[in-house]
Design a protein. Structure first.
Length: 307
């Protein structure tokens, strides 16, 4: 299951990570804890109708902050109906199977290690690059949660003390430098300064309508500004990943998320620059791979929590 601020997606996932059925229902996030829970239970009921046999467990990707050890949702900004809400316990009372709860990036990292791009690897670093940047760490085949369950906030690792202030309050986080939102904002700022580019033409003259896809299309057509913005973002990601390699020495780095496609044309440069930045003399051996699961990473991740 994948619970967000506006929708709940549920799917049936087999032991090989294949998704055989899916449903989506609206999430009632602002009308009390029980209404929010009912959205989850409705999605479960609808997808179980399509099951040919009983399920072994229910795994839920939920918005954090949360406690993965107890399955309690603490105070997610996008789901205000749940404050210290025991989601795993509430679902488990109605469905007599094990219920696990974790955040989406952690669960997606585990799915990629079990069945995806990092299959067979015990030590994996996963990054989802979208509007923001989320990360998950798998050590010895298990999610690394840290002392309190809050480990893995790699999107808020700073690489520039003098950089722009992130929404988290720190300067120079990789999220504020290289996420989809950051790339769009940089393009809009350059245009406001009078930079020449086809971006405005692609956005029908409205800078506010520029998206990551707009920047990618401009770069593909040879637009110098779009290419420069993406190359600079690639440099930031390479520096960030070099720190990850030096700190964790993972077997593989997996990149997913909606904005990851922006970096696909620059993957070779990303790998080369990461190895150049790293202290680890064997950093060039660490693969940087595209994730198997795209929009279904939450469903696959939820299932991986049950294995």
């Amino acid at each position: 299951m994948d619970v967000g601020g506006t929708k709940v997606a549920a799917g049936l996932v087999d032991a090989q990570g294949g998704i055989s059925a899916q449903v989506r229902v609206a999430m009632t996030a602002d009308s009390g804890a029980e209404r929010g829970l009912e959205s989850v239970l409705t999605a479960i009921r609808q997808v179980l109708v399509q099951a040919s046999e009983g399920v072994a467990g229910i795994g839920i990707c939920a918005p954090g902050p949360l406690d993965p050890h107890t399955g309690v949702i603490l105070n997610p900004p996008n789901v205000p109906c749940w404050r210290n809400f025991p989601l795993a316990e509430a679902v488990g009372k109605l469905h007599r199977v094990p219920v696990a709860v974790d955040n989406d990036a952690n669960a997606a990292a585990l799915a990629e290690a079990r069945w995806g791009a990092a299959r067979g690897c015990a030590n994996v670093f996963y990054a989802t690059i979208g509007t923001g940047i989320g990360t998950g760490i798998v050590f010895d085949g298990r999610i690394y949660h840290g002392r309190t369950g809050a480990a893995g906030e790699g999107g808020h690792v700073s690489i520039d003390r003098s950089g722009p202030i992130c929404n988290c309050g720190k300067p120079g986080c990789i999220e504020v430098l290289a996420s989809g939102r950051a790339i769009v904002k940089r393009a809009q700022q350059e245009l406001a300064r009078g930079a020449s580019s086809t971006l405005l033409e692609l956005a029908a003259g409205d800078a506010c309508a520029i998206t990551g896809i707009t920047v990618a299309r401009a770069a593909e057509s040879g637009d110098r500004l779009a290419n420069r913005i993406l190359l600079e973002a690639t440099e930031s990601v390479a520096l960030w990943l070099s720190n990850i390699v030096d700190l964790f020495d993972p077997e593989v780095l997996v990149i997913g998320g909606g904005a990851a496609a922006l970096y696909r044309p620059f993957l070779d440069r990303l790998r080369d620059r990461m190895a150049e930045f790293a202290v680890n003399p064997r950093a060039h051996e660490v693969p940087v791979l595209a994730a198997r699961y795209g929009a279904d990473s939450g469903i696959a991740g939820g299932a991986a929590l049950c294995v």
